[in-house]
Design a protein around this ligand. Structure first.
Ligand SMILES: *Cc1c(COP(=O)(O)O)cnc(C)c1O
Length: 309
């Protein structure tokens, strides 16, 4: 993971701002970014930082409109999960949170939400049925949410197909929030998490892979941590983890899964997402149900800190 590519080339505005503040050389020695710490209290510097991010978000919104006819609000919080689609990376946990917000908004709850644009990108390996079904879930909830006037000014969902390095160079600098929500113990390291962090995004994540070091480097106040630790995962599995305990313990989780099962996002087709729902309810190898409540609460904590733009 080369900083020269992932911030130097992809984010020239922020690169110039940092170089102006702490001089050259930091791209070769990331430790030097600590020299920026005193500037965290400098209102003028913070404003310039916000402006750099805002200009990039404006540019992305223009590109999205021009290339895909997607309408994205650049003032909304960009909440981004881009990486290979895999059950252990848990893009479907992100979906469960989005559907929770959708369900709440439809019921008049949480309407003071900071507007959020959820962005997904990633490829599924050929023949990986569940990963393809997760993509189908993302695009199906996107269709429903983005066309519903009750919710679309608060939440919006985008799936960028054919995610690759070139697209990545546009995506990492635009993020306000980086989703690093793999089941603890599964990710060897991860590099996306670092690319987001060096471009100034906050992270929401489990203590998995390099997330642990990132949390130390950026400070716990910039890392929203949730979920089981790798040891807790092992212990829970050893004790015969049963997702039904979590399913039966949360009415909100039941509602969310029932909404998917009912065909709400699939034109009434109750069989389309059944393999995904059954895997969660009866096996849940990647323990989404165990981490669901902690994840949703962590998202609420993040919202209450008033972070946007
Ligand atoms: C960095 C990168 C990844 C790795 O992402 P992780 O979040 O570490 O899984 C995958 N694909 C592309 C195109 C990347 O640039």
């Amino acid at each position: 993971m080369t900083p020269r590519r992932w911030i130097g080339v992809s984010n020239p505005r922020l690169t110039a701002l940092i170089t102006e503040a702490i001089g050259e050389g930091w791209l070769k020695d990331m430790e030097r970014l600590h020299d920026l710490e005193p500037l965290a209290d400098d209102a003028a510097f913070r404003e310039k930082w916000r402006q750099a991010k805002k200009e990039h978000k404006n540019r992305i919104a223009q590109l999205a409109r021009k290339n895909f006819n997607w309408i994205i609000d650049p003032d909304s919080m960009f909440d981004v999960q881009v990486k290979r689609i895999h059950e252990y990376k848990r893009q479907h946990l992100n979906c469960l949170h989005i559907i929770t917000l959708y369900w709440r908004l439809k019921n008049g709850i949480g309407t003071d939400l900071t507007p959020r644009t959820f962005v997904f990108g990633g490829k599924a390996a050929p023949g990986y049925f569940m990963a393809k079904l997760i993509i189908k879930l993302i695009t199906s909830i996107a269709k429903m949410i983005n066309s519903d006037p009750d919710v679309r000014d608060k939440i919006k969902v985008i799936f960028r197909p054919n995610y690759n390095v070139k697209i990545g160079q546009l995506v990492y600098p635009m993020a306000d929030l980086s989703e690093q929500i793999s089941l603890a113990g599964m990710e060897a390291s991860g590099t996306g998490n670092m690319k987001f962090a060096m471009n100034g995004a906050l992270t929401i994540g489990t203590l998995d892979g390099a997330n642990v070091e990132i949390r130390e480097a950026v400070g716990p106040e910039n890392f929203f941590h949730f979920g089981m630790t790798a040891q807790e995962v092992l212990d829970s599995k050893a004790q015969g983890y049963n997702p039904a305990d979590f399913y039966n313990g949360s009415d909100e989780l039941k509602n969310v899964l029932a909404l998917i099962e009912s065909g709400h996002f699939s034109h009434g087709d109750t069989s389309l997402f059944r393999p995904l729902i059954d895997a969660l309810k009866f096996n849940d190898q990647y323990m989404l149900l165990a981490d669901y409540e902690s994840y949703v609460k962590c998202q609420e904590r993040l919202f209450r800190t008033g972070t946007s733009g």
